[in-house]
Design a protein around this ligand. Structure first.
Ligand code: PLP
Length: 376
């Protein structure tokens, strides 16, 4: 169906940048620069400068950024890696594919890792921690790094949803041994298809990831140093991402403005809980604008029938997907979030008029649904 307010609008996004994207794309193709060329190197150096790290290495997904980061950190069979239950499956799959055991812990009211739960989950097998900066908001990195230092854990940031967000003035992806980004098309910095990157200050980590993404081969010498993967960030994708990176700060400012408008329009309605906003230490990039209600399913259906597209990240806890073979970690808050969270339309193209439509429909839902409480 055609939504009055789509969750994101990739066609409008392309129209805004058409001239710049087409120029980058055709120039790259015309030069025949398809694999490991200057466009990739340029994007990597601009991304590293943006995040504030020495190196950025382009890979073909956020998943591979995580997997390679774990391998480069020496994580393997017998190790435990602590992360949150409230994340995308890729975070956990990366741990499993290293032969390590994922240990899932609880999140706090901002949907991010509870540092206390991290401390309690450490055992003598724990090797690393993956804090996930969900929805464009950083975890409490000072406390997480303190615990990691105490137990000598490697910190690998899952920053797939947080490029450009900061905590204490420091960018996502610049705290840990490495930071992992996704350029999936609907991310704040979205590419032509799948794509990702690792940021790091460690030259050995950078070198290992460059090898892992290119079948283990050192391109300069032709020597294969390890068994790797075919997982480069494509050159044309890098050329387009490089164009878009220049617009990212303005897009984040826009997302924050839309979040502010949502906040003004949605405060004090029913049991609706809104994301944190405006704390001094956090500058969130609002990859997603996530609200909570115990009436989530009815609200979502009401919005859909009125032409407002929403998404749910995620409708059931990961461990309920039997094929993943995960032990139920009994995370009550994570379980509740799966039943209550709802992501409202949010992108660089979302307009104040869209916010009005969404907020009016939400208000209508709660004013009509006077008997909702009785049903829950
Ligand atoms: C929190 C999180 N981690 C990891 C990933 C994996 O990224 P990709 O889809 O690029 O593999 C995603 C992608 O949605 C994500 O949201």
């Amino acid at each position: 169906m055609a939504y009055r307010v789509p969750f994101v609008d990739p066609r409008a996004h392309y129209r805004c940048l058409k001239a710049e994207i087409d120029a980058a794309f055709t120039e790259t193709l015309a030069r025949g620069d398809l694999i490991l060329r200057q466009q990739l190197r340029d994007f990597e150096s601009h991304l590293a400068a943006f995040v504030g790290t020495k190196y950025a290495i382009g890979v073909n997904s956020g998943y591979h950024a995580l997997h390679f980061s774990l391998v480069a950190a020496g994580v393997g069979p017998g190790d435990e890696v602590i992360t949150v239950g409230h994340t995308f499956a890729a975070t956990v799959s990366a741990i499993v594919h290293c032969g390590a055991t994922p240990v899932l812990v609880e999140v706090t009211s901002d949907y991010n890792m509870d540092p206390e739960a991290l401390g309690q989950a450490v055992t003598d097998r724990t090797r690393a921690v993956i804090p996930v900066h969900l929805n464009g908001r950083l975890c409490e990195m000072d406390r997480i790094q303190e615990i990691a230092a105490k137990y000598r854990l490697v910190v690998i940031e899952d920053a797939a949803q947080a490029l450009g967000a900061t905590f204490d003035g420091k960018m996502a992806g610049s705290f840990g041994l490495s930071g992992c980004f996704s350029f999936y098309p609907f991310k704040a910095l979205g590419g032509l298809g799948d794509g990702g990157a690792v940021t790091t200050n460690d030259p050995e980590v950078a070198r290992t990831i460059r090898l892992l993404r290119f079948n283990g081969e050192d391109r300069e010498t032709g020597e294969f140093h390890l068994h790797g993967y075919t997982a480069l960030l494509d050159n044309v994708n890098a050329a387009v991402l490089d164009v878009k990176l220049r617009h990212l700060p303005a897009w984040i400012t826009h997302r924050r403005r839309i979040a502010e408008l949502y906040r003004e329009a949605l405060t004090g309605i029913g049991d609706l809980r809104l994301p944190h906003f405006g704390e001094v230490r956090h500058v969130d990039s609002f990859q997603n604008y996530v609200v909570r209600s115990v009436h989530r399913n009815e609200l979502r259906e009401f919005l859909r029938s009125d032409g407002v597209e929403t998404l749910v990240h995620w409708p059931k806890p990961m461990w309920e997907h039997k094929g993943l073979g995960l032990v139920d970690p009994n995370l009550v808050e994570t379980d509740r979030l799966c039943r209550e969270v709802l992501s409202l339309p949010m992108s660089a193209e979302t307009t104040p008029a869209d916010v009005d439509v969404v907020a009016t429909t939400v208000r209508q839902f709660f004013s009509r649904a006077v008997n909702l409480k009785a049903r829950h």
